[in-house]
Design a protein around this ligand. Sequence first.
Ligand code: CDP
Ligand code: MG
Length: 751
Amino acid sequence: QQEAVPTVKDPTSDMAKNARAGSALLRQLRQEKEKRAMRQRFWELGNHNRMGRAVMGDAGKKKTSEEPKKERETVFRSSSAAKTKKKISGEALPVASVREEFLTVVRENQVVVLVGETGSGKTTQVTQYLREDGYSVVACTQPRRVAAMSVAVRVAEEVGCEIGTEVGYAIRFEDVTSASTVIKYLTDGVLLRESLRDPDLDAYGAIVLDEAHERSLNTDVLLGILRDIVTRRRDLKLVVTSATLDAEAFSQFFGGRAPVFRIPGRTFPVETYFAKSVFEDYVDAAVKQILQIHLSLPPGDVLVFMTGQEDVEATCAAVADRVGRVGDDGVPPLLLLPMYSQLPAEMQAKIFEAAREGVRKCVVSTNVAETSLTVDGVKYVVDAGYCKLKVYNPKIGMDALQVTPVSMANAKQRAGRAGRTAPGYCYRLYTERQFKDELLATQVPEIQRANLASVVLLLKSLKVKNILDFRFLDPPPRDNILNSMYQLWVLGALDDAGNLSALGRKMVDFPLDPALAKMLVAARGCSAQVLAIVSTLSVPNIFFRPKDREEESDASREKFFVPESDHLTLLNVYEQWRANSRSDSWCEAHYLQPKALKKAREIETQLEDLVVSKNNDVPLVSCEGDWDVVRRAICSAYFFNAARRRGLCDYVTLLSAVPCHLHPSSALFGMGASPDHVVYHELVMTSREYMKCTTAVEPEWLADLGGIFFSIRNDNPTTTTTTTTTTTKRKRDDAATVPEEARRPPQNSKI
Ligand code: CDP
Ligand code: MG
């Protein structure tokens, strides 16, 4: 089986160990009780604000699910309204001083590498310059959805138009553009998909491949694709931007013909401090550092780097709690603002607004603020030293987000955020020795550590014959590619020769994970139901479980349970929601998230259009209540995630023999006898391995739909599934190395 690609310099180093262990403070705060108390504190602090003591950001008032959904337009209008006081223009940015030179270089060269400090105006200004210089539609890619949305809104304000008119954005399942859009911000994944329909990307006159230094998987693939496109389309201009100085590699990648254009820097010195001793708990260390800055250092805003939503929120809560506890008087007001990708847009916009006079702003962010978004006026940076990386986990056969030490390059970027407008200070919560000994110089690019199944599928449909020969800036390990091809072959997307099968060609039409795409394409007689399931799986949780009403909400959720399937439970909720006119009050009464359900509805509509337009031989049909047909469809796409029961709620995966458990929130949990065979949507590893979203399947289905791995053995008095030795030319080993345990017949088979 494939090894995980190492993403740390030394797995035995302190920082690597701490990353694996996680924050004890975080764990502690995870406890239900603590959380309840935190929320309480949030509220109290919010009330204190009015009395002028501590000021809380909206985090304290966050009750997302209970707020009526605001329409997208109103959200953006209110954010622009908040800014009308400020004159919005990019005239004063460093890039503005070199506008003419830059445009001249672009006129004279087809590909230009643009380097400039974060905040110099690359993302917001360059698209406008190109547009003003006459290039038809200008596209600008972003590795992150948040950045694409936020920057587009900002540029629309600068241009003075409504978002979605001349300036728009497109992220997966959300296209806010129109026929009049001439500046379009989009995620790299969306542009990659557009290249399927429009192989030369003729829709665009100029493309800015932004944040290329971040080396996201899709940006790296786009680099390879655009390298060919620019030779076919001489009229297309390509600007590759990078916040770091190592832009030479990009230039070389385009045959050395792409000049590197540097925006003159205008940065101020940043004094950097290392921790004196080694910290074990980065959340706790950050909280203390924030307080120390706030209570003892001169005015100036703070930017704190955390790894993800959970530790961002935990940090905010702990700081709020302690600011509240420190004496009555003399605590200056602190405006705490969390920032992470799932934060609602209207709250994200707040990080760009200046705090009231005399109030210190403290933004606690994931590494989205490292280069993608610039918070102005930051004087103090606190760098916890970790970030979350998507890493392929060979044990469970899929990508998982892992807390990992940052690289030296990341650390330098983070420190630089403090010196944008004046001299600043950076506090690193790790020692100088750790910086030197334990951090990699640069992060391993995503393409070398992630599962490549979607990318392989996409490249195959772009007629790239031999993916092993595709020109990547940094090629992924051979095993990664082969393993991803194997997964696609198992799903039936590739034929025995490694070419795209008819099924695979259909799967590519859907902007979904290969397995979900297969579920949709292979649905026989129940495409309407599968569509609803796929859509609800594509949004965050549709159930609402407020901390102080766990029992009521659990009871309400149970009423929707379909005992043999979590997938069908989702479908049940979705159908009942529809039957109840999709009403918000109905959601509220049943502890459901109206926002998530509405988003699912939007996704369903888009996928429905695709099914109808692309997939005519699978007409949209309903199984009219015969839900076994739906379970079969689920089985056909997830048979490699099959598990067999070996205890009450304990299972073991059939193909890799990983012990796993029914999740306590599952409909299958504690509903009489658990089924002997299940397939699951994904495995999550918290305190133990839990199957998330599970459906009972018949062993015959596994043999029928996953014949590569399973067959029915009849020599036993009871019919049981067992893995066969059926193998194929390729990857013979994988099927043969199925662990012994998985071959033994299940003990409690009732079939
Ligand atoms: O791309 P680069 O890092 O070079 O800079 P940018 O993102 O174009 O940002 C230029 C300026 O616009 C910065 O001062 C940002 O703070 C500001 N900006 C903003 O106020 N609101 C946004 N949503 C995006 C940028
Ligand atoms: Mg930028």
